[in-house]
Design a protein around this ligand. Structure first.
Ligand code: C5P
Length: 235
């Protein structure tokens, strides 16, 4: 069984600000994207890594792969204008084509644990589509176009979903083709699979699996990675 990690890293991260996309900002002197790739690099069940980047950052990533000896990165390709286009492009790469299971993981979530990666692989093998999520700590309201509350779903039935999201490769490929042909925009890969009519299992995510979006996330990620590094043998 071949397991391939796909890392869409072609976004520009406008909300974060700064001179470069947020996946290239450094934490402890190392780009966030490298921290993220290292999780999959050290996972024994991952056979290869495919990264989608924007054209202007291809050489930057090639240099990082060399400098940090990220030898599981087999294909670097150019992403598309939306995240789903970047994932669809990555799925066509030679390495992804050999995969039975693909794990799609945001470049900007460097704190995912090794254990969660293994649990996603296992759930994807059993159910073909698996995503991690956590119960929101805030009460979530659904609103109408004028800003008035329509309803308040019980929190126990809600999950804020994360990555990595794991899929049987052929299922994700069909699902992304399905949403593309209908002009449906999705914000995560599971939504494409749902729109395609296949069920998706929800497994427990991690509160520390933070997505770098704001400056305060940067602080939390810095603290988390420093603590995690002190618990692990040096690279
Ligand atoms: O924009 P957002 O934070 O949701 O992006 C999630 C991930 O998708 C990031 O790793 C980003 O680089 C990636 N992305 C991409 N191609 C795009 C847009 C986003 O690979 N066109």
């Amino acid at each position: 069984m071949q397991h391939v990690a796909i890392i869409p890293a072609a976004g520009v991260g406008k909300r974060f600000g700064g001179p470069q996309p947020k996946q290239y900002t450094t934490v402890a002197g190392i780009p966030v994207l490298v921290h993220t790739i290292r999780v999959f690099q050290r996972c024994g069940l991952i056979d290869g890594i495919v990264v989608a980047v924007s054209e202007e950052y291809r050489e930057t990533l090639e240099a990082l792969v060399e400098d940090y000896a990220l030898n599981k990165v087999r294909d670097i390709l150019i992403g598309g204008s939306e995240r789903q286009d970047s994932v669809a492009a990555a799925l066509q790469s030679p390495t992804a084509r050999t995969a039975d299971i693909v794990l799609v993981h945001d470049a900007v979530r460097p704190c995912v644990s090794d254990e969660l990666v293994l649990r996603v692989i296992s759930a994807a093998q059993h159910f073909d589509a698996a995503v991690p999520g956590i119960t929101p700590s805030d009460t979530i309201k659904e609103i109408d176009a004028d800003g008035f509350v329509l309803r308040t779903p019980p929190r126990s039935g809600l999950r804020a979903v994360q990555t990595p999201q794991g899929f049987k490769r052929s299922l994700l490929q069909s699902a992304l083709a399905h949403v593309r042909s209908r002009g449906i925009r999705v914000t995560d890969d599971a939504s494409a699979v749902e729109a395609f009519g296949h069920r998706v299992v929800l497994i427990d995510g991690e509160a520390d699996n933070i997505k770098l979006t704001t400056r305060s996330d940067h602080e939390r990620i810095t603290q988390y990675l420093a603590a995690a590094a002190s618990r692990r043998p040096a690279h």
